[in-house]
Write a protein that binds this ligand. Structure first.
Ligand code: SAM
Length: 295
């Protein structure tokens, strides 16, 4: 899903289909090539990108559960910090960017009043099928509305947030006095391998753990604890890694000529082949979990 004129997309798709019949994705990359400008996008382009990103998640709702190997690991790690059910059972909770319920499944047995919100209607449909007792609805996490709750959660979402301080400040108003939040997402350095071959530009403004903690504090939250963890994920090949990005919806709609895409995949395969075991490539992520309380 690269933003180019329709004839080019059609030509490019056909070309890929001919050259690489089994390649089930088209022209999408999470971290574009050197050809993409390194200046930061203006607000309009950001909005446009967000809309396309949301569409991408929507389109991938069917493949997400199977493909989201990294997100599954992060969700399980984040769940280690959940309070015991006996302590929160009578509290109200909301999860934003809930997707199809990968992390919601850890929350559902703990809360009698749990809402799960996602901007993608298809993800919400999947979530509702998976966890029907949860109150699912379509909504934008950055402009959340509703009654204040005791607990607010998210998994694999916050790294996409362009304006964390204002969003976190907004979430304070949606949390009751004594309320808490728990979030898990990705921080710098994440996918450094991609950056090293695809250029400096990234659609995600990767922040460090201390920058994130500062955002929470600036927004008026008391940080209770935060922890980062390096996660190495192997994929059978560089193409499989790109396929993972595509199937989990984690792509950005930026231009990439086919030749660049193929060169990038080839470079990645050569440079980041796993040193041991079966043929594979390595990708490195930094998971971050943070718990905060309203003052
Ligand atoms: C990587 S998925 C994570 C889903 C789930 N939390 C998990 O751990 O698997 C990111 C999800 O956030 C949703 N999302 C992205 N931006 C959003 C926004 N502004 N408001 C609500 N949901 C959003 C996407 O539709 C997608 O379902």
């Amino acid at each position: 899903m690269i933003v180019v004129g329709p004839p080019f997309v059609v030509r490019a798709t056909l070309l890929l289909a001919i050259i690489h019949p089994p390649m089930p994705y088209q022209l999408s990359l999470p971290f574009p090539s050197r050809d993409v400008p390194t200046t930061s996008p203006g607000p309009n382009r950001c909005d446009h990108q967000h809309r396309l990103l949301n569409l991408a998640f929507n389109k991938r709702a069917g493949s997400y559960a199977r493909a989201a190997v990294v997100q599954r690991r992060l969700a399980a790690w984040l769940a280690e910090w959940l309070e015991p059910a006996a302590r929160v059972d009578d509290r109200s909770a909301v999860e934003v960017g809930a997707g199809d319920g990968l992390f919601t499944k850890y929350l559902a047995p703990r809360f009698r009043q749990l809402s799960a919100i996602d901007v993608s209607p298809c993800m919400v449909d999947k979530g509702r099928l998976r966890l029907p007792r949860v109150a699912w609805r379509v909504g934008d996490a950055w402009q959340l509305d509703g009654e204040p709750v005791d607990r607010l959660y998210s998994a694999s979402l916050l790294h996409w947030c362009d304006a964390p301080v204002s969003v976190l400040r907004h979430w304070r108003r949606l949390t009751k006095p004594g309320g808490r939040m728990l979030h898990g997402f990705y921080v710098a350095p994440t996918l450094a391998e991609w950056h090293s071959i695809a250029g400096a530009y990234s659609p995600v403004n990767w922040r460090s753990p201390s920058q994130w903690e500062a955002c929470f504090r600036e927004a008026g939250w008391r940080v209770l604890r935060g922890e980062a963890k390096r996660h190495v994920q192997q994929f059978a090949s560089a193409r499989e890694l790109v396929r993972f990005f595509h199937l989990t919806g984690a792509i950005t709609p930026l231009q990439m000529p086919i030749a660049n895409l193929r060169r990038l995949i080839g470079d990645y395969q050569r440079k980041f082949a796993s040193p041991i075991g079966a043929p594979a490539v390595t990708s490195t992520w930094t998971f971050f979990r943070i718990e905060a309380a309203s003052r």
